[in-house]
Write a protein of this length. Structure first.
Ligand SMILES: *[C@@H]1O[C@H](CO)[C@@H](O)[C@H](O)[C@H]1NC(C)=O
Ligand SMILES: *[C@@H]1O[C@H](CO)[C@@H](O)[C@H](O)[C@H]1NC(C)=O
Ligand SMILES: *[C@@H]1O[C@H](CO)[C@@H](O)[C@H](O)[C@H]1NC(C)=O
Ligand SMILES: *[C@@H]1O[C@H](CO)[C@@H](O)[C@H](O)[C@H]1NC(C)=O
Ligand SMILES: *[C@@H]1O[C@H](CO)[C@@H](O)[C@H](O)[C@H]1NC(C)=O
Ligand SMILES: [Ca+2]
Length: 573
């Protein structure tokens, strides 16, 4: 039996389809013209410092949770504009791809999951990037830290995608001290790069400190009056492995849960890094003409110390805990400071917003999904954004469903309303872990007993008024089939504009053992473009793990649940 709303929706839907009455076919009002203010008045180009944190949860910052000590971040946010209705994507590559391109994943082919180290995939070759547009506007552009947008060929590297310089890692999950990154058992390599070469010999230096030092060097050696600067500081913190110098853990010694203690310490290290960067901005003469943006890339993973409480869900899910991001803007150029903004904003908005601030030209950037939201952030004007397509992932689908494809994982926000279809990921509310030791895996197992898989009558549609119910506790799908239909129609509209998913299988030539132990591009520029080869084809491509012998009777059950659970949210994401 289907839930009534789903059944009703399915019925109405097929009716609409047969009558060809879909609003999807009509032009849509989502894209608004943004009036250009003060034409002719050439503004001074501000220095732009974008600080992206990896996996910092909603409850992992001092101003949301005083047990986390972030005095610098709290102060910068309080003096600037805190973004409290701001959205990112639920995992790394998707968020980063949207930041760099200003486009939704349905328009880049990156709808499905992350780019794993061995996958021959990266940003679409024809698509312009934020740093390219800023460079075109006269900026000097630098990436320090994590890329995670593919590197199988040189044309994918940050230095070929608009950055003058790059110092950092190419893959998604790197050890903070030895810079090793693994893609499955035994497939490990060194992943720290300077420009297009491997930056050997940095073992033992803690990533957050190393990257902050590089950021300071860039500021020190750049003349702020000569050329505007775009610094993208993309820290590996607070992603696993949970590592940080001991001195930062000490203040949290009373925190009983060890993972939480370490994560809190990592956040405090980030706080100090941001203090150092802002200090350098002042010292070297950038600050007065600068815009500092601080943002997480996705929600936290509660099993490794993070917390999105009281929001529902976690990293890798389309519940608010996965996508409602911690962020603020700090700048002496803000017209109305010391504010909390409740305007609906999304990570794709930075592209047009920052190119706009830079006095650049986006008329050649076709199909942007972001909006210039500077007047919203700076002056408190209404957001031009009324909707967010959180995603449509046709490869993430329940099997053998006869409903219209509400079995496909998709999520959309329209005004107050949010609709989720398919399997949105685990929807538990996870309070911060306070017990000293609660084995993550068993805890996971316990939660998974409620897994919707294997239940032929699982739910496919949820509807929430996020404004009234940010924690997603009151599903209104049954009460408001009319709204469900409207939002399904919006999904169908977006789906018409989608490109096929690009998710190629692993390429064994990527193995670092064939490249002196480092993760580096492995496809020659002369070789034919891989892009397009795997369009729309669902190939998991992961190396088949050697089956471990079952040592205990419960292991089978445990690994079954683990498999279900880690489909798209393994620690490596
Ligand atoms: C901040 O700067 C101080 C002084 O140079 C340095 O000791 C510390 O390691 C830096 N912190 C980080 C996180 O980079
Ligand atoms: C932006 O670029 C387009 C196309 O190259 C050009 O026609 C237009 O004049 C440019 N606009 C500005 C403000 O430079
Ligand atoms: C989305 O569009 C594709 C390509 O046109 C189509 O094959 C697919 O069925 C659509 N998805 C849904 C859920 O309608
Ligand atoms: C399947 O899911 C539905 C809806 O969530 C629930 O009411 C039902 O009890 C579940 N059935 C089983 C066998 O778990
Ligand atoms: C959502 O809830 C808010 C707060 O209760 C309310 O003001 C708003 O009208 C609701 N939105 C819709 C579309 O019903
Ligand atoms: Ca992340």
């Amino acid at each position: 039996m289907q839930p009534p709303a789903a059944a009703a929706a399915a019925l109405l839907w097929s009716l609409l389809l047969s009558l060809d009455l879909l609003p999807a076919a009509q032009p849509q009002p989502n894209q608004r013209d943004v009036p250009k203010d003060e034409p002719g008045a050439k503004k001074k180009q501000p220095h732009i410092v974008f600080i992206l944190i990896d996996d910092q949860g909603f409850n992992d910052i001092g101003y949301h949770n005083p047990t986390i000590k972030t005095p610098t971040l709290d102060k910068l946010a309080a003096e600037g504009v805190r973004l409290e209705n701001y959205y990112v994507q639920p995992i790394c590559t998707p968020s980063r791809s949207q930041l760099m391109t200003g486009r939704y994943q349905i328009h880049t082919g990156l709808q499905h999951s992350i780019i794993r180290p061995s996958q021959p995939s990266c940003l679409p070759s024809h698509m312009d990037t934020l740093p390219e547009r800023l460079r075109q506007a006269g900026y000097s552009t630098h990436l320090v830290g994590k890329w995670h947008l593919g590197f199988y060929r040189k044309a994918c590297l940050p230095t070929r995608k608009g950055f003058d310089t790059f110092f950092g890692s190419l893959t998604g999950s790197v050890d903070h001290y030895n810079y090793l990154s693994c893609d499955g058992p035994g497939v490990c390599g060194y992943d720290l790069h300077d420009g297009e070469g491997v930056a050997w010999g940095q073992e033992g230096k803690y990533s957050t400190t190393l990257f902050t030092q590089r950021a300071r060097k860039i500021l020190e050696s750049h003349n702020p009056t000569e050329k505007p600067l775009f610094l993208f500081l993309s820290l590996q913190a607070v992603h696993t492995p949970l590592q940080t110098p001991k001195s930062y853990i000490y203040p949290y010694r009373d925190m009983a849960n060890i993972a939480r203690r370490k994560l809190a310490a990592m956040v405090s290290t980030v706080d100090e890094a941001v203090r150092n960067v802002t200090y350098a901005l002042r010292k070297y003469g950038f600050y007065r003409n600068s815009v500092i943006i601080y943002s997480t890339d996705n929600g936290a993973q509660p099993f490794t110390g993070g917390s999105n409480w009281p929001l529902r869900g976690r990293k890798g899910t389309y519940w608010e805990g996965g996508i409602r991001g911690v962020a603020f803007v700090h700048s002496p150029l803000l017209k109305r400071r010391r504010r909390v903004s409740k305007a609906l904003l999304h990570i794709t908005d930075w592209f047009p917003t920052l190119v706009g601030l830079a006095g650049g030209n986006i008329s050649q950037s076709r199909g942007l999904d972001g909006f210039d939201v500077w007047p919203t952030i700076s002056e408190g004007r209404d957001s031009p954004r009324q909707e967010i397509l959180h995603n449509i992932d046709p490869l993430h689908k329940h099997t053998s469903e006869s409903l219209w494809d509400t079995s496909i994982q998709a999520a959309i926000r329209v005004g107050d309303w949010k609709l989720l279809t398919g399997y949105p990921g685990h929807g538990d509310w996870v309070p911060p872990q306070v017990l000293p030791t609660l084995p993550g895996r068993w805890w996971d197992l316990e939660r998974n007993i409620l897994s919707p898989y294997k239940n032929s009558t699982y739910k496919n549609i949820w509807l929430f008024n996020i404004t009234a119910d940010p924690c997603e506790r009151h599903d209104l799908a049954d009460q408001r089939p009319d709204v469900v239909l409207q939002l399904l129609a919006r999904l169908a509209y977006y789906n018409q504009t989608a490109v096929p998913v690009y998710f190629p299988p692993d390429d064994p030539r990527a193995d670092p053992s064939q490249h002196e132990g480092a993760w580096v591009p492995w496809v020659n520029e002369e070789e034919e473009q891989e892009e397009g080869k795997y369009e729309g084809v669902y190939k998991k491509g992961r190396r088949t793990k050697k089956e471990k012998k079952q040592r205990c009777p419960l292991c089978k059950l445990q690994s079954f649940f683990l498999k279900l659970n880690t489909g798209m949210m393994s620690n490596r994401i």
